[in-house]
Design a protein around this ligand. Structure first.
Ligand SMILES: Cc1cc2nc3c(=O)[nH]c(=O)nc-3n(C[C@H](O)[C@H](O)[C@H](O)COP(=O)(O)OP(=O)(O)OC[C@H]3O[C@@H](n4cnc5c(N)ncnc54)[C@H](O)[C@@H]3O)c2cc1C
Length: 477
């Protein structure tokens, strides 16, 4: 009898791998160790839960422990993997009950995700100061915002929730002013969510425009939208201190007076969870994540890694990259499950395709959007931004859509792009993602046969307009 396929982490990457493996190899065992109580949850839905758009926390769960069990997966919650012995092919496990044991494996998948980076801030022990990188934090923020006598205790309707923390936060006086530290996509989503709950929201970002990875054209329009909806956006405003002993009172921007806040959400990035491989000699790569190849294999024999803790190959540069996103995790997990079951399957490349919504504004980005990233990858970037209608001008709902395309000057290859606008702008990024994956040049993008009918698009889709303009620039140089 062979040893099982051991998976560490029971969310997107881990459970995708375990489920695929069980389907492909029904006679073999798979054990999933999860250190927490939560499994198969949707982090991505947390801002919408806090906003109130999602009614119950249980709506954010995909598989229950019993459903995982029915799939024939041996799921062990409250089991933390604290070490790996690659020579003996065992993992060291500690349980929340205080037990510890060694578990042999045939193959091992590290799918441990990441954790919120707090920069120089310490939010622990300060009421009203949060990061948003687990479901208990989402439940606590939701409870903290509510007036004590108006909190709906059914909102956090999941047995895994830290009930004591929820009740403690629900009992506190409701906040009036929120400070969000970090203007990435989570910060922008939280600005809308907290504003929707009636708070006076201040959003602080250290550089000149929000959503730095999406490029300036996107940042400007998102800032305008947030401003129009009552969010105070502070750009070039690095927060240097959170003020408050027991409860958050204010945040401080370098060189300025404190700005009062009785809720603070720090969203300044994440770090990959790799500690369980300390001392094994496993190679780490971009962002300190676990280095993997095109099949998700690490530098250790029979050890794979996937999701937020692992690197991947960038579709444009062909180089190693670390971009922790949901599809990347699910897709790599599923591929590794198939590979371990005997059907070698590449995990796929990543292009950093991302979308975000701020009230009525939508944005998307893909590939190399910034000049610096393009130059670092050896390209000579040339870019154009156009504003085009989202539908035929006479059709109700048509709205200006800004498309930025970035190409390599020498080859004319499309290397990145972004889109922003209020009318179904974000999902249009998928056209560019497909073009990037296919290594298309800008002339090839211009000749794409994209769909046209007045309710959906003008004859010339905004992407075709942008390609036409960028082609002109490339031709004229
Ligand atoms: C607020 C927010 C919004 C987001 N929105 C989007 C979005 O709109 N689109 C998008 O693409 N992505 C989004 N993401 C990112 C997305 O949620 C992640 O990319 C995805 O969850 C990664 O899945 P994963 O399985 O790699 O890791 P995780 O989901 O982090 O799961 C890892 C699991 O491993 C467990 N674990 C860790 N260490 C150990 C150990 N030593 N032993 C046992 N168990 C362990 C953890 O408890 C955890 O359950 C968002 C993230 C956040 C925080």
């Amino acid at each position: 009898m062979s040893d099982p396929f051991v998976v560490v982490g029971a969310d997107a990457a881990g459970l995708s791998a375990a489920s695929k493996f069980r389907r492909e190899a029904p006679d073999r065992d798979v054990v999933v160790f999860e250190m927490g109580r939560w499994i198969s949850y949707a982090y991505c839905g947390m801002p919408y839960f806090i906003e109130g758009r999602v009614e119950r926390m249980s709506n954010l769960l995909s598989l229950s422990p019993s459903e995982v069990d029915e799939r024939g997966i041996d799921l062990r919650r409250g089991h933390k993997v604290v070490g790996v012995d690659p020579d003996a092919e065992t993992v060291a496990v500690e349980t929340t009950e205080g037990d510890s044991f060694e578990q042999p494996y045939d193959d091992l998948l590290v799918a441990t995700g990441g954790r919120a980076s707090t920069g120089s801030f310490d939010v622990r022990g300060v009421d009203g100061a949060f990061t948003l990188h687990n479901m208990d934090a989402a439940a606590a923020i939701d409870a903290y915002i509510a007036e004590p006598d108006a909190y709906d205790h059914e909102r956090a309707d999941v047995s895994a929730v830290d009930r004591e923390r929820v009740e403690r936060n629900a009992a506190m006086p409701a906040p009036e002013t929120a400070a969000i530290v970090g203007g990435g996509y989570v910060g922008v989503e939280m600005a809308e969510a907290l504003s929707g709950r009636g708070l006076d929201v201040h959003l602080f970002h250290r550089s000149g425009h929000l959503l730095s990875d999406f490029g300036e054209a996107v940042g400007e329009r998102v800032e305008t939208e947030l401003d129009a909806k009552g969010v105070t956006v502070h750009t070039n405003a690095p927060v240097v201190e959170l003020v408050g002993d027991d409860r958050i009172e204010a945040v401080v921007i370098e060189g300025e007076d404190p700005i009062e806040a009785d809720l603070a959400v720090v969203g300044v990035g994440i770090r990959p969870n790799t500690e369980l491989l300390d001392g094994t000699g496993a190679e780490l790569g971009e962002g300190g994540a676990i280095r993997t190849d095109e099949y998700g294999r690490t530098s250790l024999p029979d050890v794979y890694a996937a999701g937020d803790c692992a690197t991947a190959i960038h579709a444009v540069t062909g180089e190693e990259a670390w971009m922790p996103l949901g599809l990347t995790a699910n897709r790599a997990g599923r591929a590794i499950g198939a590979t371990v079951a005997g059907d070698p399957s590449p995990v796929g490349e990543i292009a950093g395709t991302a979308v975000v919504k701020a009230f009525d504004m939508e944005a998307g980005r893909v590939g190399l959007v910034g000049d610096e990233a393009a130059r670092d990858a050896g390209f000579d970037p040339v870019r154009e931004t156009v504003t085009a209608g989202s539908r035929s001008g006479y059709y109700p709902g048509a709205a200006p859509t800004d498309v930025t395309l970035v190409a390599d000057r020498d080859t004319g290859r499309l290397i990145g792009g972004s889109i922003v606008g209020p009318d179904r702008a974000a999902i249009r990024i998928d056209t560019l993602a497909t073009a990037l994956e296919a290594d298309m040049t800008v002339p090839e993008v211009e000749r794409l046969d994209l769909a046209y009918a007045p309710p959906f698009s003008p004859v010339w889709d905004p992407i075709l307009v942008a390609a036409k303009v960028l082609n002109g620039t490339l031709d004229g140089q």
